[in-house]
Structures are given as structure tokens and as C-alpha cells.
Design a protein around this ligand. Structure first.
Ligand SMILES: *[C@@H]1O[C@H](CO)[C@@H](O)[C@H](O)[C@H]1NC(C)=O
Ligand SMILES: *[C@@H]1O[C@H](CO)[C@@H](O)[C@H](O)[C@H]1NC(C)=O
Length: 232
């Protein structure tokens, strides 16, 4: 390859990274530009919008672990692609084990990591490295109704289309993680905190490359996602 071609190719690859994932699969050479590590609120918004699942820790109400922390995986969305609200929304049923804890005490913690995307793997960062940015939210899970539930439905069903087919007799409802404090590990030197006000004031960051790939759930899921596109 002659030297002048190379920058042009890089430019083309860079442009490809800006298209929605459904249009083109990006090559691994494309690198995400996460916000600078000292702009902590922006980093937190970035991680929250990219992650489509999170670990939720509740206080267990079930024997033999009553009173102990209990962490479990949930599908989340803070908004459809390019519409980040910063609020992690959840689709829950009272039949779910952690939801039963939340009915006793909604106080909980939600954690998300760029290890859930290709970012840390491509960058060579171990999930426990602070460079593999991760965010821990403190707060509580609250049921929502009305226009906020309408937004939550759009946020969740657009990114988790199979939710549309979950059993209709399970009493599903929409909820939000009501943030009281944001903890960010995105660099050396210890954890940093961000208030909910700073967090919601920070502008959301959009980067196509590390939008979680539906491809990781297999070709069948990809087909299903394409066929069952959520239309509000
Ligand atoms: C939402 O609606 C449900 C069912 O009608 C009700 O039980 C709940 O209290 C409402 N929640 C809020 C936050 O208004
Ligand atoms: C929700 O979070 C806000 C801070 O963002 C806090 O002031 C409020 O008390 C919380 N509400 C509940 C019910 O926990």
C-alpha cells in the first residue's frame, strides 16, 4: 500500500465507525474516543449509555442470606440509540428474585463496565483495571408510570426486542434506577464521585463503535432483532 493511500483508508474506516451498527460492522482498528478521564460526569454518561445490561445489588430478603448483598444481572437502557437520558430503565416482574428484595427495600446499587463492550478487550485493559472505565450507581429502584414509562418502554424495547415477547401474565412493569450518587473508576488514583446534578448536566456521548453488538448474542438473535424492530 502506498503511503498516501493509508491516511485515506484510515479516514474511511473512521467514517465507517460513525454509522449505526446495523449498517456496517466496524473493523477492530476503529478506536472509541471515550471522554477525557478527568471529565468524570461525561465518562459516567458514556458508560451508562453504552451498556445494555448491569449488575444490580439488593439487600437479600430470602433465606439463608437475609440481610446480605445479593447481585443479579438485568437488562437496562437509558434511552434508544442516540437518545441517552442518563437514567437506567428496567423492565421488571414481581416474580423476579431481586424484585422481591426491592419490594422490601428499593435501596440498591447498579454497576456497569466498558468490559461489557469491546473497548477494554481492544485496548488491552483487564476488567478490574481502572482504565477499563466502570461506574457504580447508588440509589433505589422505583416504579414509573405515565410519560416516563412510555419513554422507558421505547428505551428498553428498542435495545432488547425480545422483551416484547416476555410472558404477558408475569405482571411486568417499568422502573427506573433513581440515582443518588455516581461512583466512577476511569483512571488511577482512586474512585471519584459525581452528584446526580453534575451527571445529568453532562452531555451524552455517542460512539457507534462500542455500542453493544447484538452479534455477540448470535446470528439467530440478530435476525430476530431485525425482524422484531420495536416501533413505538
Ligand atoms: C404506578 O401505577 C401502579 C399501578 O397502577 C401503582 O401501583 C403505582 O403506585 C404507580 N406508581 C407511581 C410512581 O405512580
Ligand atoms: C431520587 O434521587 C434524588 C437525587 O437524584 C433524591 O433527591 C431523591 O430523594 C430520590 N428519591 C427516592 C424516592 O429515593
Amino acid at each position: 500500500m502506498s503511503a498516501p493511500v493509508r491516511p485515506r483508508l484510515a479516514l474511511v474506516l473512521g467514517v465507517l465507525c460513525c454509522f449505526p451498527r446495523s449498517w456496517v460492522s466496524c473493523v477492530p482498528a476503529c478506536r472509541v474516543h471515550i471522554p477525557p478521564h478527568d471529565q468524570v460526569a461525561r465518562v459516567a454518561r458514556f458508560v451508562t449509555h453504552l451498556c445494555d445490561w448491569a449488575s444490580l445489588a439488593t439487600v437479600a430478603t430470602r433465606a439463608p442470606v437475609e440481610g446480605q448483598p445479593f447481585s443479579n444481572v438485568f437488562s437496562i437502557s437509558d434511552g434508544p440509540e442516540l437518545q441517552s437520558s442518563g437514567v437506567p430503565y428496567l423492565y421488571l416482574t414481581p416474580m423476579e428474585i431481586s424484585v422481591q428484595d426491592l419490594q422490601v427495600s428499593p435501596v440498591s446499587s447498579l454497576s456497569m463496565s466498558l468490559a461489557q463492550t469491546d473497548f477494554c478487550r481492544d485496548s488491552g485493559y483487564d476488567p478490574q483495571s481502572p482504565l477499563c472505565a466502570h461506574v457504580i450507581l447508588s440509589g433505589s429502584v422505583l416504579q414509573i408510570n405515565g410519560s416516563e414509562a412510555d419513554f422507558a418502554k421505547k428505551a428498553l424495547f428498542s435495545r432488547h426486542p425480545e422483551m416484547m415477547d416476555w410472558p404477558h401474565d408475569h405482571g411486568w412493569f417499568f422502573a427506573k434506577f433513581n440515582i443518588t450518587l455516581v461512583w466512577v473508576l476511569d483512571y488511577f488514583g482512586g474512585v471519584k464521585t459525581v452528584s446526580p446534578e453534575e451527571y445529568f448536566q453532562a452531555s451524552p456521548e455517542y460512539n457507534r463503535k462500542y455500542w453493544p453488538s447484538t452479534g455477540s448474542t448470535g446470528p439467530q438473535q440478530e435476525v430476530r432483532v431485525l425482524n422484531r424492530k420495536y416501533r413505538p
